[in-house]
Design a protein around this ligand. Structure first.
Ligand SMILES: NC(=O)c1ccc[n+]([C@@H]2O[C@H](COP(=O)([O-])OP(=O)(O)OC[C@H]3O[C@@H](n4cnc5c(N)ncnc54)[C@H](OP(=O)(O)O)[C@@H]3O)[C@@H](O)[C@H]2O)c1
Length: 270
């Protein structure tokens, strides 16, 4: 917990306008941290920052920018580095979707990779010197339980999420003698927005196992992040899911997860 006061360093949270990112911002403000919120333009993020700051007596600022453009990521990080001390970075903004690969638009494929992979790596790279100046620094990267399940009709998203796991573990090892810890959380399903909620419902009971409210995911993740835990699973179903994908033959795992997603598509098309 931060000792309350406005001279504390800031926590940067990408994708903070809604869903899990907003839950992270709220939970951190509740604990007395100042926050820097990031989302796409046009989301009235200023208002969210004002509400959080007023409610919890912390400072909160907002930046609206498209993180799929790496020039924006660098410019944002420079602006933050010039004006704020940062002790926490949460790379939460992420995008995915369910679609036959051949029908996906090139722009969609590129946006998922740029946001989930490139923005995560570049934000971390650009803010790391700032984090290293603080007595303690924390990086939390948001992956997904999907990271361990290559899946047809969802080909790009899990591939980007396993990048996040690999990147986090490697960097954590590299920084093990520093004051900065790196954690990666692999949440299961969360009802964050309408599209995701419908998708989760259509995937059936097995996919819904392990579902948690965003507030719980945020609070549990932060608790483990502050303990410096490298790999974060949030509940037994997600741990079991990971274990199953680890022990069964890859081909079987891929056909199982593809079966679940195919059911989602069939139900959505009814
Ligand atoms: N929901 C799930 O079931 C689930 C499960 C496992 C992991 N996750 C992961 O958890 C994280 C949060 O998911 P969520 O469901 O809370 O997401 P969400 O409700 O779709 O919100 C995504 C957030 O990211 C921001 N964002 C999207 N594209 C952006 C861009 N190009 N530039 C800057 N910001 C951008 C959005 O801003 P705007 O509001 O401005 O669009 C929003 O704040 C993601 O990394 C996701 O992959 C989600």
């Amino acid at each position: 917990m931060a000792s309350s006061g406005s001279n504390q360093p800031y926590a940067v949270i990408t994708g903070a306008s809604r869903g899990l990112g907003q839950a992270f911002a709220t939970a951190l403000s509740k604990q007395g941290f100042n926050t820097i919120l990031v989302s796409l333009p046009g989301e009235n993020l200023d208002r969210t920052a004002d509400l959080i700051a007023t409610r919890y007596g912390t400072k909160s600022v907002s930046f609206e920018t498209d993180l799929t453009d790496q020039k924006n990521v660098i410019a944002l990080a420079q602006q933050i580095n010039q004006s704020y001390s940062v002790s926490i970075l949460i790379n939460n903004a992420g995008a995915g979707g369910t679609q036959e690969f051949i029908r996906s638009h090139p722009e969609e494929i590129n946006a998922i990779i740029q946001l989930n992979v490139t923005a995560t790596a570049l934000m971390t790279h650009q803010l790391l010197p700032n984090l290293m100046k603080q007595p303690r620094g924390y990086i939390l990267n948001v992956s997904s339980i999907c990271a361990f399940s290559p899946t047809g009709y969802k080909t790009v998203y899990p591939a980007t999420k396993i990048f996040i796991n690999s990147f986090s573990h490697g960097l954590s090892q590299e920084l093990k003698n520093s004051t900065v810890t790196v954690s990666v959380v692999n949440p299961g399903p969360m009802d964050t927005n309408k599209e995701v909620t419908t998708r989760i419902r259509n995937q059936g009971l097995i996919a819904r196992m392990g579902k948690l409210p965003v507030e719980t995911v945020a609070e549990m993740s932060l608790k483990k992040m502050f303990k410096g835990k490298r790999q974060i699973f949030l509940n037994a179903p997600n741990r079991i899911n990971h274990l199953i994908m680890y022990v069964i033959p890859l081909r079987l795992g891929v056909s199982l997860s593809t079966f679940i997603v195919k059911r989602e598509i069939n139900r959505a098309n009814k």
